[in-house]
Design a protein around this ligand. Sequence first.
Ligand SMILES: [Zn+2]
Length: 244
Amino acid sequence: MFSGLKLQCNRLLDLFFPRYCAVCDDVLAETEHHLCIRCFMDLPRTELHKTKENVMEKMYWGKIPIEHASAFMYYKEGFKDVVLNLKYRRNHAIGEYFGRLMAEEISESSDFFEGIDAIVPIPLHHSRLRKRGYNQSEYIARGIQAVTKIPIYSDAVVRMVNNKSQTRMFHFERKKNVENIFKCVRPDLLKGNHILLVDDVVTSNATTLSCATAIMQAVGTPLPYAGDTTAIRFSILALAYAGK
Ligand SMILES: [Zn+2]
């Protein structure tokens, strides 16, 4: 009886406050959440987690001890609104929704999350955090946590510099743009762990690599990383991959 009542309430709410698909802007049916069924089916999923030695993993080879790297979808024309809604239109709930969705789909079809001890969402600089009101990567991380139960350490790393957006830069500019911008302030929490770094969009390895390097320096892993066995390991997971 209560579920019937809830359904009626949802119908009423949809009537007065229609919800829209984050991709195509169509009005959502009561059973749809954030995306209409057509856009959900059409999401440009990368499926990179199913491929060992994939294009994202290779970006970190020889630089950090990398276990897995993947992104849920390609940052592609027609679907960029998912990220834009999350970052610039205050729709942080979509981050949690996608975090859950990607964690469910990835854990159903791979061992990606096995052995991961901690999730670190890529932090925002405090001034950008104040302006936006939330860290979009943290919402993605919360969705991942809801499925995997892996703890999130949001305060273990801080962003010291409010650097520019990466998307319109050349490769050498991106690298320069993120050098020494992170500081790991709680190495005690991360030492010896297999850490999952979570980002919204990965364009190159620049930001995630800079964050991982700051953690390695803080916990005392020798740099440059020469492929020797060290206790600390990383996996990378992004909502979208914008690389070539
Ligand atoms: Zn749609």
